[in-house]
Design a protein around this ligand. Structure first.
Ligand code: IMP
Ligand code: MG
Length: 177
């Protein structure tokens, strides 16, 4: 069934997102100037942020993708994470920047950091479009953050609810009911 009968409230407009992405891009350019960098997109949610962010980068990165499997596709946070698709590039002697859509409980990014730690990267950092702080269970602090939210379930700009809403150019809170 195709149903999108949720009430949505605009949280970050496409203009606000673009402005933040430019700022994060500048911070990343300053951090990695002259260093070999691999930027890793965490599929699917980060794809739009990732592609906009890449266009701001002057540091000539290589890019790769990971896809993680977690149980459920609803609003509940996931605790059990595994790889559906690993990175394909060698991370040996590279600086690695993971690009994530939302950090909520922290389990997803914690899993990835643990997995990639043993790959020989010089550094391993995280850029998150939205850092949702209230339900954090693992100690993870993203190095580059677009927006900080306490709570609420958001969709659009790559973020989904049950695979819907990813194509929207702005970010909305899904209102309960
Ligand atoms: P964590 O493992 O609890 O940190 O959750 C991170 C993952 O859950 C992200 O990769 C998102 O795909 C998803 N997620 C968490 N909060 C939201 C949200 O508000 N909207 C859409 N996806 C979310
Ligand atoms: Mg996701």
């Amino acid at each position: 069934m195709h149903s999108r009968d949720h009430a949505l409230r605009l949280v970050y407009s496409s203009g606000e997102i673009a402005a933040r992405v430019r700022e994060i891009g500048a911070a990343i350019n300053a951090e990695y100037a002259g260093k070999p960098l691999v930027v890793v997109c965490i599929l699917k949610g980060a794809f739009m942020f990732f592609s906009d962010l890449l266009r701001e980068l002057t540091v000539e990165p290589q890019i790769d993708f990971v896809r993680l499997a977690s149980y459920g596709d609803g609003m509940r946070t996931t605790r059990s994470v595994s790889f559906n698709k690993d990175v394909e590039l060698s991370l040996m002697d590279k600086h690695v920047l993971l690009v994530e859509d939302v950090i909520d409980s922290g389990h997803t990014i914690d899993f990835l950091l643990q997995q990639l730690k043993a790959r020989g990267a010089v550094s391993l950092k995280v850029a998150a479009l939205v850092d949702k702080t209230d339900r954090r269970e693992m100690f993870v602090k993203p190095d580059f953050v677009g927006f900080t939210l306490r709570d609420g379930f958001i969709v659009g700009y790559g973020l989904d609810y049950a695979e819907e809403y990813r194509e929207l150019p702005a970010i909305y809170e899904m209102l309960p009911g």
